[in-house]
Design a protein around this ligand. Structure first.
Ligand SMILES: [Cu+2]
Length: 333
């Protein structure tokens, strides 16, 4: 039944004429694909005589069952080092097995090899679920580092026999542990860096949003300023007789050569008659900006149109600016 066990009778019996080296196949009658072999070896039999041989035979079976390694409780998170497997180092006799018993609350593997170099192939439990166990094949003499593939900080060593035939030297093994610690540290550092990067990205995104918002505000402010300027032009469009109005013109010579210019301000009355035409002419050097103000003082009330032109030359009305600017001026008593 589940959880139970069965022990065979003593298998070697001289009287049955079974020789050392004999192979005894067996199988499960319920599940015939479950097959196995028992090999009779000289190690387990000293042929002194019928009686002694029978007495000595049971010992090895009991030795094997004591090689148990447990997964430390909570070893699925770092911090159990160096005792994530208990015991972390186990010495067994040549030809024995080790049973890994998982009484932790997480699934683990016991995989011969190292996290740095991967599985050595000596054994691999694959996932051992909670409350279950895995037993290695019979192990030859040697030193076997092993680890949990899920939790690479879980490291252990099985030493078989005197450990003379090492699969990995002790120095290498501790080197591997150092490597693993370094890898875990690197992984943790990488995680921290990723987190910092994410935070930075978030901050940058916030900064961009703030930038976009401030750009939008600047645009809005500029629009407001333009509106205010327009409004101020509207405002100055209403003034009193004998009150001076200043009409400004800005122009930058973007060309690489000196540029002649003629700034003309033309004011017409409501009958579209020009009542004032003033101008400023001059030369503007490459890159220079003209910031010219022309003033006008109305002597009569009425509605006027003010037009500004910037020409190449007063006698040659080639417009230096694409648009002529104009506004309506209302003069009150
Ligand atoms: Cu594990």
């Amino acid at each position: 039944m589940s959880g139970g066990s069965y022990t065979t009778p003593i298998l070697f019996d001289v009287s049955a004429e079974v020789d050392v080296g004999s192979v005894l196949p067996y199988f499960c009658m319920v599940h015939p694909w479950m097959i196995g072999e028992v090999i009779i070896t000289l190690d387990e039999f000293v042929a002194e005589g019928n009686e002694t041989s029978q007495e000595q035979e049971q010992e090895p079976t009991q030795t094997i069952s004591s090689n148990v390694v447990e997964n430390a409780a909570g070893s699925s998170t770092p911090g159990c080092e160096p005792d994530c497997f208990i015991p972390a180092t186990l010495t067994i006799s040549s030809g024995e097995t080790v049973t890994f018993s998982n009484n932790d609350s997480a699934a683990h593997t016991s995989t011969a090899g190292t996290p740095a170099d991967g599985p050595s192939g000596a054994w691999d439990s694959s996932l051992v679920m909670m409350g279950t166990a895995y037993t290695t094949p019979i192990l030859d003499a040697g030193t076997y580092p092993y680890y949990c593939m899920v939790h690479p900080w879980m490291l252990g060593t099985i030493i078989v026999g005197d450990g003379g035939t090492t699969t990995t030297s002790q120095a290498e093994s501790s080197q591997v542990e150092d490597d693993t610690a370094a890898r875990i540290a690197a992984a943790e550092a990488a995680a921290a860096a990723a987190e910092a990067e994410a935070a930075a990205a978030e901050a940058e995104a916030a900064a961009r949003i703030a930038e976009a918002e401030s750009a939008a505000r600047i645009a809005a402010a500029e629009a407001a300023a333009q509106a205010a300027e327009a409004a101020s032009q509207q405002a100055i469009s209403e003034l009193s007789v004998n009150e001076k109005i200043e009409i400004t013109m800005d122009f930058t010579n973007d060309s690489e050569v000196q540029q002649s210019f003629a700034l003309i301000v033309q004011i017409k009355d409501s009958t579209n008659t020009t009542i004032s035409l003033s101008h400023v002419t001059g030369m503007l050097g490459a890159g220079q900006t003209l910031d010219q103000v022309l003033s006008y003082t109305p002597s009569e009330s009425g509605s006027y149109t003010v037009e500004k032109f910037l020409w190449n030359d007063f006698s040659n009305p080639t417009a230096l600016t694409d648009e002529k600017e104009s506004f309506t001026l209302t003069v009150i008593e």
